[in-house]
Ligand binder design. Structure first.
Ligand code: ATP
Length: 215
């Protein structure tokens, strides 16, 4: 599909660490939606995960650059890191519209876990007015299981809406939690992380027991 510079894919996350699904899937979605740009938005704090403080921003940002700088038409916007307190997607979308142009078509890329908690997000109805969602099946919800889950959790109209916004993607069995566990227990990381991210983690001794909170 031809890409439209006025159509932007927004992809937020903790990226602790950024893994292969974060690197491989957004470009596929951007291509299928005709987005001319992908903006990765690293979160300072996930308002729904505030009990697990993430790895220091400096490391998460450095690792994210190793991934995003290699993706054509992708960039990082640090607006959530520059802001005080927890980040709410609705506020981010408002700022991005002001920053990049009110006439933009924004698409918000989220994984299945976020879809299933979406009605807990601040001003979720407004989010859907500011950006059209695209949802990625992800562990533990491959596409068919996710469709079943959507039917259980949403009324018929919203279920139809969400199913229409499922992205057609390969199912990648990787998560940041799994990667962190693998590092902590010294398991093989092949197929989970970019080689440059692995090197960075080793160099800075991240995710080893007792090293998580060191800047
Ligand atoms: P954690 O395991 O700590 O929950 P994560 O792997 O979900 O982390 P995040 O940085 O929170 O990593 O994810 C950013 C976005 O990427 C979220 O929308 C998440 O649902 C999505 N995502 C993560 N892993 C996958 C995957 N394997 N396939 C598709 N989307 C994914």
């Amino acid at each position: 599909m031809t890409s439209d510079p006025q159509r932007i894919l927004i992809f937020g996350g903790t990226f602790d660490p950024p893994h292969l699904a974060h690197a491989k899937l957004p470009p596929v979605v951007a291509d299928s939606l005709g987005c001319g740009k992908i903006i990765y938005v690293p979160a300072a704090l996930n308002p729904l995960k505030s009990d697990t403080p993430p790895t220091p921003v400096s490391h998460r940002l450095a690792m994210l650059h190793l991934v995003v700088d290699a993706i054509p038409h992708a960039e990082i916007d640090t607006l959530e890191l520059d802001r005080e307190g927890p980040s709410y997607t609705v506020d981010t979308l408002v700022v991005l519209r002001q920053r990049y142009g009110e006439d933009l078509n924004l698409h918000l890329l989220i994984g299945a876990d976020h879809l299933l908690t979406f009605t807990q997000w601040k001003d979720w109805q407004r989010i859907l007015k500011l950006a059209e969602p695209a949802v990625m099946p992800r562990p533990p919800w491959p596409r068919e299981k996710l469709i079943e889950e959507i039917h259980q959790r949403f009324d018929a109209t919203m279920a139809e809406f969400w199913i229409a916004h499922l992205a057609d993607l390969p199912y990648l069995e990787v998560s940041a939690t799994d990667v962190r566990d693998k590092i902590t227990t010294n398991q093989d990381l092949i197929g989970t992380l970019d080689k440059r991210v692995i090197d960075y983690i080793r160099r800075h001794d991240l995710y080893a027991p007792d090293s998580r909170r060191n800047a």
